[in-house]
Design a protein around this ligand. Structure first.
Ligand SMILES: Cc1cc2nc3c(=O)[nH]c(=O)nc-3n(C[C@H](O)[C@H](O)[C@H](O)COP(=O)(O)OP(=O)(O)OC[C@H]3O[C@@H](n4cnc5c(N)ncnc54)[C@H](O)[C@@H]3O)c2cc1C
Length: 318
């Protein structure tokens, strides 16, 4: 098939753009399809990305796209991949615009759906004064009264972690705190207050948080709130293509199972970034996309030259 792509990358967030850069530099015919929904777009800046600390996410993605323009074998297309199917040697993907694309390899860099608690006032503050990751956003809310919405051992751990950024941390258990005696003592020793009142809403101007309101009519000052999230696949694409999923982890409910070379259990199908991660982050996604693409290029070369494949698993030659 002359018009098939060497690789289709689904998703152009940190993982997909990083992978496409490696594929383009290796002169692989690469199609990148992206629906434009990178998960961190709500955030003011990317915390902890070396060389780009606190840079607005949209700027990073625009810069990544600009860099790809230098590589003529890479095509970036806005759109959505709706369905995928395995062929004897490769894959066919159906796009929302009605086109069908065939590729030797597919890299899923589709990110994850971050699900946060359904609480009045979270949505408009999400990724700003309400966040899931203290390493990403803790610095920006340092030295303010902070809250941790959680309970039990997870709440204890997260409240003690957030103490690194503020002396004034409250564990908002939103009901009975379910603490072991030792954990209650650890929190007390660290100066963390435990508040078991039911939370009714988050208040403050715009995307800022100033106050947590409780159902009993009380309020507590709060400049930043750490909330628990679970990450879920955004679509059935990985499942359609036959990928297997890791069991639920501390954050990801259904990360795609990959080996250390980012190959899934399906020959020719790779996955990188949040879609296959247990510790989601922009630097992690960039690194995963880079490595996944290098392994894809190595596999394509081996296939073309009749070499034994490197890493596992690879499809048989076309
Ligand atoms: C609010 C928030 C703030 C964050 N802040 C930080 C931070 O400060 N520092 C940090 O390191 N990490 C941060 N993270 C985590 C970080 O954003 C992610 O780990 C990282 O962006 C994942 O990159 P990715 O490329 O895997 O996925 P994404 O960036 O989510 O990109 C996936 C892309 O694939 C597209 N896509 C999905 N399905 C399809 C399909 N079927 N067809 C076509 N396109 C598709 C999506 O639309 C999207 O554009 C934050 C996350 C959130 C939610």
């Amino acid at each position: 098939m002359e018009d098939r792509w060497n690789c289709i990358v689904v998703g152009a967030g940190a993982a997909g753009l990083s992978a496409a850069l490696v594929l383009g530099r290796a002169r692989q015919r690469t199609l990148v399809v992206d629906a434009g929904g990178q998960s961190n777009r709500a955030a003011h800046g990317i915390g902890g990305l070396l060389g780009h600390d606190a840079r607005p996410p949209s700027e990073l993605y625009a810069a990544g796209r600009d860099e790809l323009a230098a590589y003529p074998t890479v095509e970036l297309r806005s759109g959505e991949v709706l369905r995928g199917e395995r062929l004897d040697a490769g894959f066919v993907l159906d796009l929302a615009d009605g086109s069908r694309e065939v590729a030797q390899r597919v890299l899923l860099a589709t990110g994850m759906d971050y699900r946060y608690p359904a609480l009045a006032g979270v949505e408009e503050r999400w990724g700003r004064s309400v966040f899931h990751c203290p390493f990403c956003h803790g610095w920006e809310v340092r030295d303010q009264p902070l809250g941790v919405l959680d309970r039990g051992a997870a709440g204890t751990h997260r409240a003690l972690l957030l103490r690194l950024w503020s002396d004034d941390v409250t564990l908002l258990a939103d009901g009975p705190a379910e603490l072991e005696v030792e954990d209650a003592e650890r929190l007390r020793a660290a100066g963390v207050t435990v508040d078991e009142r039911r939370v009714s809403a988050l208040l403050g101007p715009g995307d800022a948080l100033t106050t947590v309101a409780f159902t009993d009519g009380g309020e507590r000052p709060c400049g930043g709130l750490l909330v628990p999230v679970t990450l879920h696949q955004r679509s059935a694409l990985a499942e359609q293509l036959g990928a297997t999923f890791a069991g639920p982890g501390p954050v990801a409910a259904d990360a795609i199972e990959v080996d250390p070379t980012f190959h899934t259990s399906v020959p020719g199908l790779s996955a990188a970034g949040d879609a296959s991660a247990q510790m989601p982050s922009v630097p992690g996604a960039i690194a995963a996309g880079h490595s996944a693409a290098a392994m894809i290029v190595g596999g394509l070369m081996a296939e073309a030259r009749g070499l034994a494949p490197v890493g596992t698993p690879q499809p048989s030659a076309a």
